[in-house]
Design a protein around this ligand. Structure first.
Ligand code: ATP
Length: 310
C-alpha cells in the first residue's frame, strides 16, 4: 500500500504476571539470573502504527501516563528503530499506544509495547523478518520482550529471556490491585541484594542458577487454581514490601476477601490476586473497590503480541 493511503496496523500487547519468580545470586556484572513462570494476561495495551518520515510516539489510555516517555526513550520507538536498522528500512513510523497495563507496575507493559511494535512495524513496512531474527531483536530490547512475543505460559531462565514452553492447561481468573505509584525494578533488586548481604549467614545463600520449583510446574500442568495458589512465589515480594509497606495491607485485604492467594507482580507495586473462578473474581473486585482500591480483572493465559485485524 502507498504511504498516502495511510494504512494503520494495530497490535495487541498483553501484560503478564509472574506466578513464580526466583532471583539468583548477584553476579560480577551486577545482574542476576532468574527463574520465572510467566503467564500472559488479558489486560493489554494496543499499539497502532502508520507511515511517517520520522519516528514518533503518542500515548493515551486508562492508566497513569505521566511516567511514559514520549520521545526516543520510549521502548516502542527503540523497537521500531531497531527493526528499521536491522532490515535496512529507511522510513519512519508514527506509533500510538493505548495503555491499560499499569506503568512501572511489574506487569511488563513496556516490554509488551516493544513486542507489539516489532510485529506491527514488520507488517506495516513489509520487512518480513524471520522468527529467529525477531526473537534476537526482542532480546536486545529487554529480558521480558521475548515472552511478550510468545505469550501463553512459559518458563524463563537466564535473564528471563531463555524461554521454554510450560505444559499448562486451563484458565485462571485474576484481580489486579493497581497502585497510584510505581516501583523501579532496579531499586527493588537493590533492596533484595541489600537484604541478602545484611543477613548472609542467617539465610540460605541464593542459587546462582535458579530454577522453577517442580510443584509450580505440576500445578500449571493440572490447570488447578487452588494448586497454583499454594505455590505462587516471588523472591522480589519482600523487597517490594520493604520499600512500600502499604502493599502489605493490600495483600491482607485481598486474602481476607476471598482471594485464593495474592502475590506482588514482578517488582511491583501491582498486587495480583488469584481467584477460584470468575464469580469469585467478580466478588473480590467488588469488595476491593469498596475498600477504595483501584482494581481490574484479567484472565490468563492469553496469546502473546499479535496483529489485530481491521
Ligand atoms: P518490568 O516488570 O518489565 O520491569 P514494569 O512493568 O515494572 O516493567 P513498565 O511499565 O514496562 O514497567 O516501564 C518501565 C520503565 O520504562 C518506566 O520507567 C517507563 O518510564 C519506561 N518506558 C519506556 N517506554 C515505555 C512504554 N511504552 N510503556 C511504559 N513504560 C515505558
Amino acid at each position: 500500500m502507498s504511504p498516502t493511503s495511510s494504512p494503520v496496523v494495530r497490535a495487541k500487547a498483553p501484560g503478564k504476571v509472574n506466578v513464580f519468580l526466583r532471583v539468583g545470586a548477584i553476579q560480577d556484572d551486577g545482574y542476576h539470573d532468574v527463574a520465572i513462570a510467566y503467564q500472559a494476561l488479558s489486560l493489554s495495551d494496543e499499539v497502532r502504527v502508520r507511515h511517517a518520515d520520522d519516528f514518533r510516539v503518542s500515548v493515551s489510555g486508562t492508566v497513569e501516563l505521566g511516567r511514559v516517555p514520549i520521545d526516543e526513550s520510549n521502548i516502542a520507538v527503540k523497537a521500531a528503530k531497531l527493526l528499521a536498522e536491522h532490515t535496512g528500512y529507511t522510513g519512519g513510523v508514527a506509533i500510538d499506544i493505548d495503555k491499560h497495563v499499569p506503568v512501572t507496575g511489574g506487569m511488563g507493559g513496556g516490554s509488551a509495547d516493544a513486542a507489539a511494535t516489532l510485529i506491527a512495524c514488520d507488517a506495516l513496512w513489509g520487512t518480513e523478518i524471520s522468527r529467529d531474527d525477531l526473537f534476537a531483536l526482542a532480546r536486545q530490547l529487554g529480558a521480558d520482550v521475548p515472552f511478550a512475543l510468545t505469550g501463553g505460559t512459559a518458563i524463563g531462565t537466564g535473564r528471563g529471556d531463555e524461554l521454554s514452553p510450560a505444559l499448562a492447561k486451563g484458565g485462571y481468573e485474576w484481580v489486579l490491585a493497581l497502585a497510584d505509584f510505581g516501583l523501579s525494578t532496579p531499586a527493588v533488586y537493590a533492596e533484595l541484594d541489600r537484604h541478602r548481604e545484611q543477613h548472609a549467614g542467617e539465610i540460605r545463600p541464593a542459587d546462582p542458577r535458579p530454577s522453577v520449583d517442580s510443584d509450580v510446574l505440576q500445578a500449571l500442568r493440572a490447570g488447578d487454581p487452588h494448586m497454583l495458589a499454594e505455590v505462587l512465589h516471588n523472591d522480589l515480594q519482600a523487597a517490594a514490601l520493604h520499600l512500600e509497606p502499604s502493599l502489605g495491607r493490600v495483600l491482607e485485604l485481598g486474602e481476607s476477601n476471598g482471594a485464593l492467594a495474592g502475590i506482588v507482580s514482578g517488582s511491583g507495586p501491582t498486587v495480583a490476586f488469584l481467584a477460584a473462578d470468575r464469580d469469585s473474581a467478580l466478588e473480590l473486585q467488588v469488595a476491593l473497590s469498596a475498600a477504595r482500591l483501584n482494581v481490574v480483572r484479567a484472565s490468563g493465559p492469553v496469546h502473546g503480541a499479535r496483529i489485530l485485524s481491521e
